[in-house]
Write a new protein. Sequence first.
Length: 55
Amino acid sequence: MSGKKMGRPTDNPLTVRIGVRLDPKTINMLDEYCKVNNLRKSEVVRQAIIQYISE
């Protein structure tokens, strides 16, 4: 077996971590969206930030 680790590519490392507080209604909306679209919360947040700033 190869000694190379599997995981995210190193060409765009995601090194910054943030925290956010959400009310139950908002977190339920996020959870449902993630479930329906088979995405992780972090990916949805990144996409939302990019879309919001691009407008």
